[in-house]
Ligand binder design. Structure first.
Ligand code: AMP
Length: 406
């Protein structure tokens, strides 16, 4: 499903486009519509599924229509300052072309920040992302104004309860207006989360995104590269790895077209599949691939689900897919039935975080192989670098002052 189908505000769509999101992930497809309808939602979804944008986008869209000056529109409570910062960056990216203001509120920073936080909590900001402890510190001072709050979002709720934040959360909720829309996200759904949900949510829509794990027999490896190294590396892998059928995935069809062109020039017998091809053309390409007449196929994620060709023994991810589910589906195209298979992922400079999220989901690190020396020096794996996802916007600082003018 494409983002243009959600009826989002044009300025929000611009932010989505600048973040290089083309299609909604499964959790986004399921979570966005009920939130847009004003429903409470409880969703079990892990990091790496695109869950943050799943709640941010409909919340931002509503706030763009229902902004109230001088009020906090949405409060997102998260377990750690790292997550608060990460979500605030996500908001910055997606809201870049809007007038929405936001602020992360977390402990351990300086007095100047406390003043800015106090101001936002008194004078309003569209979205506040906070850790429970710091929010309680502000609440105790008596100036927090949540009268106009429209959304309460609890993210990684299971982790918050594990960290002992239950009482803090209850206290924060007591300070909120009772009429509001509530969203609860949790990687797991133990009974204590269900109890919390019963207290907070009103007739929630329940969404469960079960993440499948790839079969153990798929050998997964990854290369950490600079973007220009991707093409020569793919050529090298295709030349040096024995395969019957190799399937290369790219997230965008423009990349599929460009890579196919380059590899054709390089002498490979290759074809492409993406949504610009008619159904009949796709079927022709697939049957030539299955029959071995075309050994290499470059495809978008339209091919990552469902197709079952047992001669695919190599899958290459030209880029890191947007969510863990797509990764599992992509690499699951190999090692079908009794066959073995290898999956190589090329991690570009801006894709470290995204890949780390996938590894978290897999519950293990994927082996990183050294980039061949003749391709030049390669970067080291550093998932702390934010994956701005090739965004065309400059990285801005958080809003730390008065709300933006509209
Ligand atoms: P999350 O599960 O929210 O931590 O997101 C994991 C990663 O996926 C983040 O780097 C997001 O920027 C990215 N992401 C979220 N939604 C999409 C999408 N629809 N297409 C591509 N990337 C996405």
């Amino acid at each position: 499903m494409r983002f243009t189908e959600f009826n989002f505000h044009p300025n929000l769509l611009e932010g989505i486009e600048a973040s290089n999101y083309e299609n909604a992930t499964p959790v986004q497809e399921q979570v966005i519509p009920p939130i847009m309808l004003g429903k409470d939602v409880i969703a079990s979804a892990q990091t790496g599924t695109g869950k943050t944008a799943a709640f941010l986008l409909p919340v931002m869209n509503t706030l763009l229509a229902n902004h109230v000056d001088g009020q906090v529109g949405a409060l997102i409570i998260v377990p750690t300052r790292e997550l608060a910062i990460q979500i605030a960056q996500h908001i910055e990216g997606l809201s870049y072309f809007t007038h929405l203001s936001s602020l992360p509120i977390y402990g351990g920073n300086d007095a100047q920040n406390f003043v800015a936080e106090k101001k936002a909590l008194q004078m309003g900001a569209d979205i506040i992302v906070c850790t429970p402890g710091r929010m309680i510190a502000h609440l105790n001072m008596g100036y927090v104004n949540m009268k106009g709050l429209q959304f309460l979002i609890l993210d990684e709720a299971d982790r918050m309860l594990d960290m002992g934040f239950q009482d803090d959360i209850n206290k924060i909720i007591k300070s909120l207006p009772t009429k509001r829309q509530n969203l609860l996200f949790s990687a797991t759904m133990p009974s204590k989360i269900r109890d919390l949900a019963r207290k907070i949510l009103h007739e929630p829509v329940e969404i469960n995104i079960a993440i499948s794990k790839p079969p153990e027999k798929i050998i997964q490896k990854a290369y950490v590269v600079y973007e220009p190294q991707k093409l020569p590396l793919i050529k090298k892998i295709l030349k040096e790895t024995p395969y019957k059928n190799a399937l290369i995935f790219c997230s965008r069809k423009q990349t599929v077209k460009q890579l196919t062109r380059e590899l054709k020039h390089g002498g490979f017998t290759i074809a492409e599949i993406h949504s610009d091809l008619e159904q009949a053309e796709r079927e022709n390409v697939l049957s030539a691939f299955t029959a071995g007449r075309i050994p290499v196929l470059v495809a978008t994620d339209i091919l990552s689900r469902g197709i079952d060709i047992d001669t695919i023994d190599v899958v290459i991810n030209y880029d890191v897919p947007g969510d863990g589910e797509d990764y599992v589906h992509r690499i699951g195209r190999t090692a079908r039935a009794e066959a073995d298979g290898s999956a190589f992922t090329l991690i570009g400079e801006k894709e470290h975080n995204r890949f780390a999220a996938i590894e978290k989901l897999l519950g293990k690190e994927v082996e990183k192989i050294e980039v061949p020396k003749e391709l030049g020096e390669a970067p080291s794996y550093n998932p702390r670098t934010r994956s701005g996802s090739g965004s065309r916007k400059p990285q801005r600082k958080f809003y730390r002052g008065a709300p933006k003018r509209r």
